[in-house]
Design a protein around this ligand. Structure first.
Ligand SMILES: [Mg+2]
Length: 302
């Protein structure tokens, strides 16, 4: 443990594609071994325009793969770049008892294999992956996502973080409130942005822009080396201010209130201020589906 580290329980949730890896692992597979880049871009547009749901389009993308699972990873090794500071940050987490979870809209076996390939199985085994499952036929003739949640996105990252927070609180010592950290980059991270006590957003991308637009406190990063430095400072601050007891110095009270107003039936009033259609699709997928138009004003609780 480094000097000044807090004794508080800290749990990290990190997005995978575009965050731990600079590219999107799904895109690498689809472009090289599935529907191809052109078709994939058309499908991505269908999500952005709201024409088809994320889940439906993802099923088509994964379903376009025709290769045995093991054969997909040569191309991953060639085309994916891990964030330059990630491995050091992950080792720092292990040394300091920080729980590190991947939280992703992708498929668990694929993410597991990529981590095994880049970190080695032993180190990768320290990372829990919270993502969708998959059924992949051994001859590669079928790739089928098994969705984590019965929602249009297939995985409700906000819900998974809330579950992680509840579990950490249960495991924490009496009177100790765990500190939840989220690290992400893009539009699929928007629902998770308000769930963490400390939020890291990769600089220059959609999550950061959203935080600026909605005045959500965040820390920008270029690489996980920045995340490590900031987490060290946060741990030091927490130890000085709280001694690791009670609420963390960086406690986010809104993280516990958010769910009530973002439930399926209730769309927050400020939804009208959310500029892009794509944001809305990720933030309120059921409410904004093109197929299920519903009145926004009727759904706001009194
Ligand atoms: Mg991402």
């Amino acid at each position: 443990m480094f000097t000044g580290a807090t004794t508080r329980k800290i749990v990290c949730f990190s997005d995978f594609d575009g965050t731990i890896f600079m590219q999107d692992s799904g895109h690498v597979l689809f472009d090289n071994l599935g529907c191809g880049a052109k078709r994939r871009q058309i499908l991505d547009e269908q999500i952005k325009s709201g024409e088809r749901s994320f889940r439906e389009v993802s099923e088509e993308m994964w379903g376009s793969l025709r290769i045995p699972f093991e054969d997909g990873f040569d191309v991953m090794e060639e085309e994916l770049d891990m964030d330059s500071g990630f491995q050091e940050f992950h080792k720092f987490c292990i040394e300091n008892g920080i729980v590190f979870n991947v939280i992703s809209a992708g498929l668990k076996p694929v993410l597991r294999k990529v981590l095994d390939t880049f970190l080695g199985e032993q180190e990768a085994s320290r990372i829990q992956i919270v993502a969708n499952d998959a059924e992949i036929k051994s001859d590669g003739s079928e790739w089928k996502p098994i969705w984590r949640h019965e929602t249009e996105l297939g995985h409700d990252k906000a819900l998974s973080i809330q579950e992680g927070r509840a579990q950490a609180a249960e495991e924490a010592l009496e009177g100790e409130v765990p500190l939840i950290i989220f690290i992400g980059d893009g539009v699929s991270d928007l629902p998770a942005a308000r769930e963490a006590d400390v939020l890291f957003a990769r600089k220059g991308l959609r999550l950061e822009q959203y935080c600026i637009e909605h005045k959500i406190p965040y820390i920008g990063f270029d690489s996980f080396s920045d995340v490590k430095r900031e987490v060290q400072a946060i741990m030091k601050e927490d130890q000085q201010k709280t001694g690791g007891v009670g609420k963390p110095a960086r406690f986010n009270p809104r993280a516990n209130m958010w769910r009530r107003i973002s439930s399926r039936q209730a769309v927050p009033k400020f939804v009208a201020a959310t500029p892009s259609r794509e944001d809305r699709i990720f933030l309120w997928p059921e409410s904004f589906s093109e197929y299920q138009p519903r009145s926004v004003s009727q759904d706001i609780p009194a």
